[in-house]
Design a protein around this ligand. Structure first.
Ligand SMILES: CCCCCCCC/C=C\CCCCCCCC(=O)N[C@@H](COP(=O)(O)O)[C@H](O)/C=C/CCCCCCCCCCCCC
Length: 218
């Protein structure tokens, strides 16, 4: 049974998120939805600790996480064990609006695609953080990562609101402290460990969605 309650107030722990993404993949390289969602939940906790200016982002992420949790807890929950089984089940049963919005606005494939696009932003942002100089600005790194990924899928108003929120990000050192991992060197080492796993999960999902022509679900 997947978690039904969303707790977003617990303290963030980067190693916990790292472990969750690590445990996302099965031996057959399928992506386990419960673990994927748990990874996002950890990231949302972290974002909440940065201040209420991020709450509009947090709310959207939480609502998408909750849609996935509800699908896992629904009568066909077993079909949502992995992203691969979800895609097969929803496509076989006509449960995805692939070209225009219709009767399945909250399909698993559509909802997960939004998180998947955000995972690309995360990958780009973390890579910038990992290789950043002491005087680098988190707001700039975050904004560049956003422009290269999620921004193309967001309307102007959301882009502006996101840009304003990024300006409220703490400086690099404070940001590292909130991660609660240790020294900056330890943070960099942790990021170096986390990134290949996040990239692998991203690429597997990207390839699967591309294979089924699902990357543009409206
Ligand atoms: C080691 C950790 C360091 C980094 C921690 C990052 C923590 C980030 C946590 C959560 C990120 C939120 C993910 C947001 C998912 C957005 C999905 C989306 O694109 N939704 C839009 C489209 O949905 P539909 O309308 O089609 O259903 C929706 O319109 C979006 C609304 C809200 C704005 C989303 C802005 C996203 C900016 C992502 C950067 C987050 C910055 C966090 C800074 C640490």
């Amino acid at each position: 049974m997947a978690d039904t309650a969303m707790s977003v107030d617990e303290k963030f722990c980067l190693s916990e998120v790292l472990d969750t993404f690590k445990s996302c993949l099965t031996e057959n390289k399928e992506v386990i939805i419960d673990k994927y969602v748990a990874g996002w939940r950890g990231l949302v906790r972290f974002m909440n600790s940065l201040g209420s200016i991020f709450s509009f982002i947090s709310k959207d992420a939480v609502s998408k996480i909750q849609i996935m949790v509800n699908l896992r807890n629904g009568e066909n929950g077993e079909q949502y064990f992995t992203i691969q089984s979800m895609v097969k089940y929803e496509l076989d049963n006509g449960l995805v609006d692939t070209t225009k919005r219709g009767s399945h606005p909250d399909s698993g494939c559509r909802t997960l695609l939004r998180l998947h696009r955000a995972l690309r932003w995360l990958e780009l942002f973390l890579e910038r953080l990992r290789t950043s100089a002491e005087d680098s600005k988190t707001s700039v790194m975050c904004s560049e990562a956003y422009s290269e990924s999620l921004a193309q899928f967001h309307p102007w108003l959301i882009q502006k609101a996101a840009g304003m929120a990024f300006c409220a990000l703490p400086g690099r050192l404070t940001f590292f402290e909130v991660m609660n991992v240790g020294s900056p060197e330890q943070v960099v080492a942790m990021l170096g460990e986390a990134l290949p796993l996040i990239s692998e999960v991203y690429q597997i999902t990207e390839d699967l969605y591309a294979k089924h022509d699902l990357l543009g679900i409206p």
